[in-house]
Ligand binder design. Sequence first.
Ligand SMILES: [Ca+2]
Ligand SMILES: [Ca+2]
Length: 287
Amino acid sequence: MTVQLNLPSSALGKKLDAFKTIVVFPKGILNLQNPVRTGVSGFPSITLVDTPTIANQNGSIRMALSAGTVPGSGPSTALVMPIAQIDFKAISTGTNQTISIDNSNTQIVTNDSVALPLSPPQNLTFSVSNGEPPGSSSSSSSSSSSRSSSSSSSSSSSSSSSRSSSSSSSSSSVDLSCVCNTDSTCYSSCIYTKQTNTLYANPVKCSLDPTLFRTSVPNQTNKNSWCSRQKRTMGDTDGDSVVTSLDLGYYSNAVNGFHIPAGVNPDINGDGVVSVEDRNIIIKSIP
Ligand SMILES: [Ca+2]
Ligand SMILES: [Ca+2]
């Protein structure tokens, strides 16, 4: 799952200096499988992130990220900001389980030392049956609108949220032999899952305006990754093999002038630009 901040428009145009939170999960039901990945956040310095061993003992993950010692080196604010990617595995069955954000231990501070106001985060309730991993989950803090995710119960107010997806079973959706040609198109042999009655470029392009990206322009590895995602043309902008509101968030960031990570490609129909046609495909694909 991806922990994601949704910020209000009043918070835009700033740099973030620090972020901390605690993600609480049912330790008898879920196990943190891999180290939490915070590279997607854009924060250059990790102050503290619990290891899987510690997290699984406590049923919680402490995270504290910062801009480090260089003022202004934190990420720029955007309407949707992914913070961390977390891989949970279901180890037992259970109904009405919740993954939540501990708001009393959450703080977001801008480069001018202002703490952004927090709104009640959206918690996610899920059930696990027959050892299947939860369909999705999550929550997070700060203000603004949010989409609820599948099978979830949302907390009282709108505002911040986060979104997630089960981190399992991605390998079947990736064609590693499909890469980006030197002419910036994906190999014509690439096989994509597509929406019917929708026009796609042929071949699908793997180039985008470099100003769309946050810190560095996509390299060949990033472009190969774009091409290898079978659900890319269904709306999977970030390559996690599912289409969620986070993919829509990346689209919104791109068209509203907010930067996106190098691994993200919101050009869903492969025509080389990010436009409303891409949005339409993402919306059709979100479960
Ligand atoms: Ca996705
Ligand atoms: Ca496009």
